[in-house]
Design a protein around this ligand. Sequence first.
Ligand SMILES: [Zn+2]
Length: 261
Amino acid sequence: MQTVVSFHAHPDDEVLLTGGTLARLAAAGNRVVVVVATDGSLGLTPVRELAPESSSRLGELGQSAAILGVAEVMYLGYADSGHGPLLYPDPADRQRFVRAELAEAAGKLAAIVRDVGADLLLSYDEAGGYGHRDHVRVYEVGRRTAELTGVRLLEATLPPSPAIRLLTRLGITRRLLLGPDSGTRRAIRPRAITHRIVLGRYAQQKQKALAAHRSQIGLGWGGRVFWILIRLPVPVFGWLVGPEAYIEPGNDSSVVADQLL
Ligand SMILES: [Zn+2]
């Protein structure tokens, strides 16, 4: 049994980028710990449509994690930085994640990595998957944490499915998830994938875990995409959002591995 820490920006990212992988690792008897940087209170839904009490997103994360077989969920305590052209002021009690000092955030994550005795840290690639500013920050914090602790690092990237490749090439993926003014210009360019995890029988868990993020479903651009995704027949869902893909920094092997551990 090994311990894997999967680091994410917001509740729901654990499903979108790594859900099948986490379910498969947990089913194989490994201990999976999800760490989320923010509570996702500026999620996919437009700000004006959010319920005043949006911390329910952490509750939804707990349900999703249970479906995936995750042993533990931890929250770093930052506020969601949002994705529009504006970066809102910090709320009274917390700092927005992009404003956090890199050393501080990496220090918190490194403490968790050491505490749980992680054998592997999952983070995001340099585009943060699809370019959200908090996701790019996850990439930076993941890199620094790996330097601080020496833990093995794998960076999640967009699934290399034909559908997502096409949407990304057309510049549509980010707009689908974030809306027309996503407020970020970071280019998404394909990098060499070192690990590729086929969803297989874990596609169903991934879809159920996505459905647990109820507050994100139906509103805004991304919410409409979610609404469709959770209603697709499992094989279609699995074809569209899998396989999950990772890049291991410094791994130049031309062979793409089909498991992480
Ligand atoms: Zn996110």
